[in-house]
Design a protein around this ligand. Structure first.
Ligand code: GDP
Ligand code: MG
Length: 438
C-alpha cells in the first residue's frame, strides 16, 4: 500500500549507523582544541563539549558523512543555536522615544559604536541624539562630537558637569523635548570591571530606563570575556551584545563565551574603524569562524547542499503540532499527488537511497481510490477513525464505489502513517538556554 511504500523509503533513508562513544571521543578532542585555540573560555568549552557528547551519543550518521564529520555537524548546529540561530533585529519602542545605553570596558568600542548605530538608525528614518556620559576619559566628549558630526547626529553634552547620571537624565529630557526618536547613551568604561563603574551604570539605568542595554565587547577578548559579560549582565541586566573589532584576524571565541553565559543575543558585529563598518550578526557564519574547520565544514555543507532543511523542518513541525487525522492524511495524499513534493524532499535528503525512490511512483488510481474513500466518510469519522466499525465500513465502501477490503487497507495505511509521523517528529530539538557556571 501507499504508506507501506513510504515507510520502506524512510527506513532506507536511515543512515549507515549510529555514533559510538569512540567516534565521539575522537571528534570532540579535535573540537576542544579548536575552541580553545579560538580563545573560547575554558569553562564554556568544557560544558559545551559535555553537551555535545550527550547529544551525539547514538545519533544517526548520514550516509554521505563519516562519523567524525557527523559530530562536527552536530557541533556546528549546536554552536549556531547557542549563538542565537538567526540574526536578531534591534527593535524600537512601539511609540515615543527609544533609549539605548552602551556599556563595556574601556576601548571596547562604545563611542565608535554609538556613531555606527546612529548612522544605522538614521537609515531607518530615525532622529538620533547621542549623549556624552563619559566624564572621565580626557577628550571623550570631543570624540563623541567628532563622531556625531561624521554621521550628522546631534550630541548632548555638559562639560561643566562631572556627574554622568545627571548628564544622562538631562540628555533624556532634551531628547524628549526635542522629539528625537532614539537616544544613545555613550557611557564610560574602565580597564577592568570595578564596583564604582557598575554602580554608576546601574544609577543611569534607573534614571533613564533605557529600552536596550547593550554590552560592547572586543572580539579579541580572551578568557576573561566570560567574567566581563557575566558581571555586566548580573549588575545591569543586558538586553544584547555588540561584538566589536571582528575585522581582525581573531577567530572570535568571545562570541561563544558571551552567548553561553548571558543567553542574550548578539545584535551586530563591528567590522572596522569607519562608522559604516557595522554588520548584522549571523550566528551561522560565526560558528564556522570559531570552529575554523573550513574544509570540513564546506564539505559537510556540500554534502547536504540541495537539502532544503527549512522545508523538511516545516513539515515535521506540522506533524508534531497537529493531532493527525484522516483529514491530514488526505491532505498529504493530495499534496503528494499534485506536487510530488514529498518525493522531492526525500530526493534531496543527503544519504537518500535513490533506488528506493523508484518504488515511489504512486499510481493515480490508488490516489483516486484513497481520496474517494475518505470523501465518503463523515467529519466525525475522519477525526475519530476508531468509531469506524463494520457497518460504517460497508457504508463507506458502497459510497465510494470500492470494496470493504479497500477501506480496511486505507485505514491500516492511515494508522501506519500516523505512527511513522510520530516517530519522525520525535527526532527532537532540545532547547538551550543560559548556562550557569559554579
Ligand atoms: P570606547 O572606549 O569603548 O568608547 O572605545 P572607542 O570607541 O573609543 O574605540 C576604541 C578603539 O577601537 C578606537 O581606536 C576605535 O577606532 C577602535 N574600534 C572600535 N570599533 C572597532 C571595530 O569594529 N574594528 C576596529 N578595527 N577598530 C574598532
Ligand atoms: Mg568612549
Amino acid at each position: 500500500g501507499l504508506s507501506g511504500k513510504l515507510q520502506d523509503t524512510f527506513k532506507k533513508l536511515r543512515g549507515k549507523g549510529k555514533l559510538t562513544e569512540k567516534d565521539i571521543k575522537e571528534a570532540t578532542r579535535e573540537i576542544k582544541l579548536a575552541l580553545l585555540e579560538a580563545d573560547v573560555n575554558f569553562k564554556v568549552v568544557k560544558k559545551f563539549v559535555a553537551d555535545i557528547n550527550e547529544r551525539s551519543m547514538g545519533a544517526e550518521v548520514l550516509k554521505s558523512l563519516t562519523p567524525g564529520q557527523q559530530v562536527i555537524k552536530i557541533v556546528k548546529d549546536e554552536m549556531t543555536r547557542l549563538l542565537g540561530e538567526k540574526p536578531v533585529k534591534l527593535d524600537y519602542a512601539s511609540k515615543g522615544l527609544t533609549g539605548l545605553m552602551l556599556v563595556g570596558l574601556q576601548g571596547a568600542g562604545k563611542t565608535t559604536t554609538a556613531g555606527k548605530l546612529a548612522n544605522h538608525m538614521k537609515k531607518d528614518g530615525k532622529k538620533v541624539l547621542l549623549v556624552a556620559c563619559d566624564v572621565y576619559r580626557p577628550a571623550a566628549v570631543k570624540q563623541l562630537q567628532v563622531v556625531g558630526k561624521q554621521v550628522d547626529a546631534e550630541v548632548y553634552s555638559d562639560e561643566t558637569s562631572k556627574d554622568p547620571v545627571q548628564i544622562a537624565k538631562d540628555g533624556f529630557r532634551f531628547a524628549r523635548e526635542h522629539f528625537f526618536d532614539v537616544v544613545l547613551y555613550d557611557t564610560a568604561g574602565r580597564l577592568q570591571i570595578d564596583e564604582t563603574l557598575m554602580e554608576e551604570l546601574a544609577k543611569i539605568k534607573e534614571e533613564v530606563a533605557p529600552d536596550h542595554i547593550v554590552l560592547n565587547i572586543d572580539a579579541m577578548t580572551g578568557q576573561e570575556a566570560v567574567q566581563v559579560a557575566e558581571t555586566f549582565n548580573e549588575k545591569i541586566d543586558l538586553t544584547g551584545v555588540i561584538l566589536t573589532k571582528l575585522d581582525g584576524d581573531t577567530r572570535g571565541g568571545a562570541a561563544l563565551s558571551v552567548s553561553a553565559v548571558t543567553g542574550k543575543p548578539i545584535l551586530f558585529a563591528g567590522m572596522g574603524e569607519k562608522l559604516t563598518d557595522l554588520e548584522i550578526f549571523y550566528p551561522d557564519r560565526m560558528a564556522s569562524r570559531i570552529l575554523g574547520m573550513g574544509d570540513v565544514l564546506s564539505f559537510i555543507e556540500k554534502a547536504q547542499a540541495d537539502f532544503d532543511e527549512e522545508k523538511a523542518k516545516e513539515q515535521m513541525d506540522k506533524f508534531r503540532k497537529q493531532t493527525y487525522t484522516l483529514e491530514d492524511f488526505k491532505e498529504q495524499l493530495l499534496q503528494m499527488k499534485s506536487m510530488g513534493s514529498f518525493k522531492d524532499i526525500i530526493d534531496m535528503m543527503p544519504g537518500a537511497n535513490k533506488k528506493a525512490l523508484k518504488g515511489m511512483d504512486f499510481d493515480d488510481k490508488e490516489f483516486a481510490r484513497s481520496e474517494a474513500i475518505i470523501n465518503s466518510m463523515t467529519k466525525n469519522e475522519r477525526i475519530q477513525p476508531n468509531i469506524i466499525n463494520a457497518s460504517r465500513r460497508k457504508r463507506i465502501a458502497a459510497g465510494s464505489g470500492t470494496r470493504v477490503q479497500d477501506v480496511n487497507k486505507l485505514l491500516k495505511g492511515f494508522e501506519q502513517s500516523k505512527k511513522m509521523m510520530k516517530q519522525l517528529s520525535g527526532l527532537n530539538n532540545k532547547k538551550h538556554g543560559k548556562m550557569k557556571f559554579p
